[in-house]
Design a protein around this ligand. Structure first.
Ligand SMILES: Cc1cc2nc3c(=O)[nH]c(=O)nc-3n(C[C@H](O)[C@H](O)[C@H](O)COP(=O)(O)OP(=O)(O)OC[C@H]3O[C@@H](n4cnc5c(N)ncnc54)[C@H](O)[C@@H]3O)c2cc1C
Length: 410
């Protein structure tokens, strides 16, 4: 079995699809090596194991809607959750570019949308239920000790069965696109502050932001001194515009505008790899300058780059830990050797600025190189050591990039 992008073939000895939490508990309790799997949208060996890979997608798709929170099964996709919430006139504060991803996998990797004042999807987590390495059910809630270590946890602390998320009254969003902005003329803070959620698409080499996607809450048009798009646009040249959510400034339900892609279509290109680095907002201009300088070296591999913003949170392994962040994303062609050959130069420029790689996308930095950007990394390792003393939830990825010691014993 491969991941969504076809870039990784899972090496697990066995793949399981439990249909009850009790089955899942038995599996985890009886396994020597076990990892959770969601909708397989991460691009690397992150989810993999040499032992038992456990899909959460066949667990009962519970969605318990309350007044201010929803408790949802981890294998439910954000797009399906959104439909249920909307029936109750409720909403999430943010969504990723695609609604196809599982709640458990998205939260575990710190997945985010965009918005100066909007946190990542993980920032909305109020509580988690998970099957621990011991096979027992555990619950952690916001405010409890170590909760902030549990949320973006890369599957290293247990298999999440249910996630409780903050919700708010449903709202409308309008999506207005603008084209051809001059990097040298824009004030990035002003631009990302021009709407509730802003995404900027660029190829870096022509000095232009080719497209600016502004998603505004309510009905009022955003004010931007730029050329409004004349037609519906896809951010990828030549891709089918049927796949993108409605543009053109017509207000509609939050979940039909916040993601870039419609649930019933393939998001993005499909044949691709992705990388993303989250940096402190105050280093954004330097990072943009660095990428514009480096772009001639990687432009032949790039389908498009996207710039987004994410509000600060307190989650130990989050890209927005303790400070507002800017996300610099790359949709690459699906040429793994060439992309991985290009990443060291990008990381050499961005890591000194405090870059944190998106855990679910392609990067090369090792745990030692990443440690300065994650002040709570040591605490996370201690927590993983306490909760999983037999190291059954670890894998090669976590050893390489998080420093969770591991040996691949049978
Ligand atoms: C086309 C495309 C667009 C994307 N757009 C965005 C975007 O807009 N913003 C963004 O931030 N990211 C984006 N991503 C990245 C994506 O959100 C992450 O890769 C995320 O992990 C996907 O969730 P998943 O369920 O597919 O995770 P998987 O790939 O299945 O798993 C990823 C990790 O989560 C863990 N995990 C999964 N389920 C559980 C569980 N129940 N309990 C514990 N751990 C679990 C796994 O063990 C693994 O470590 C995009 C990816 C693609 C392919």
């Amino acid at each position: 079995m491969k991941n969504w992008a076809g870039s990784h073939e899972y090496a697990a000895a066995r793949i399981h699809r439990p249909t009850s939490v009790e089955q899942l508990q038995e599996l985890v309790a009886g396994s020597r090596r076990v990892r959770a799997l969601g909708t397989r949208h991460s691009f690397t060996d992150l989810a993999d194991t040499t032992g038992d890979l456990v899909s959460t997608l066949d667990l009962p798709p519970t969605v318990d809607v309350g007044d201010t929170t929803v408790r949802v099964a981890a294998g439910v996709r954000y797009g399906d959750l959104a439909l249920r919430l909307h029936e109750h006139r409720l909403a999430l504060a943010t969504m990723a570019s695609l609604p196809h991803i599982s709640v458990g996998g998205a939260v575990a990797t710190g997945t985010h949308g965009s918005g100066d004042r909007t946190g990542s999807l993980a920032a909305a987590v109020a509580a988690l239920d998970h099957v621990g390495a011991d096979g027992e059910l555990h619950r952690v809630a916001r405010g409890e000790e170590d909760f902030a270590g549990h949320v973006v946890a890369l599957g290293a602390l247990g298999v999440t069965t249910h996630v409780t998320l903050d919700v708010e009254p449903a709202y409308d969003v309008r999506q207005d696109l603008f084209t051809d902005l001059d990097w040298d003329a824009v004030d990035l803070d002003e631009l990302t502050g021009a709407a509730y959620s802003v995404s900027l698409f660029t190829g870096w080499t022509n000095g232009r932001i080719d497209q600016a996607w502004l998603k505004s809450r309510g009905t009022e048009a955003p004010v931007l001194a730029a050329e409004p798009a004349a037609t519906t646009l896809h951010m990828l040249a030549g891709a089918d515009v049927a796949a993108v959510t409605e543009q053109g400034g017509r207000p509609g339900p939050w979940h039909e505008r916040l993601p870039h892609f419609r649930l019933e279509f393939t998001p993005s290109r499909g044949e691709e790899l992705q990388s993303e680095y989250l940096l402190p907002r105050r280093r954004a201009a330097e990072a943009v300058d660095a990428l514009r300088r480096l772009a001639p070296g990687f432009a032949h591999l790039l389908q498009v780059s996207e710039v987004r913003t994410i509000a600060a949170d307190d989650l130990w392994l989050s890209g927005a830990y303790a400070g507002d962040a800017v996300g610099l994303h790359f949709t690459w062609v699906r040429d793994r050797p060439a992309v991985y050959a290009a990443l060291p130069a990008i990381e050499a420029a961005l890591l000194p600025l405090g870059a944190r790689p998106h855990w679910g996308k392609c990067f090369v930095a090792t745990a030692d190189q990443l440690a300065p950007a994650y002040p709570r990394l040591g605490d996370f390792r201690d927590l993983a050591g306490r909760l999983d003393p037999e190291r059954k939830l670890r894998n090669e990825f976590l050893a390489r990039h998080v420093g969770l010691e591991w040996t691949n014993e049978p």
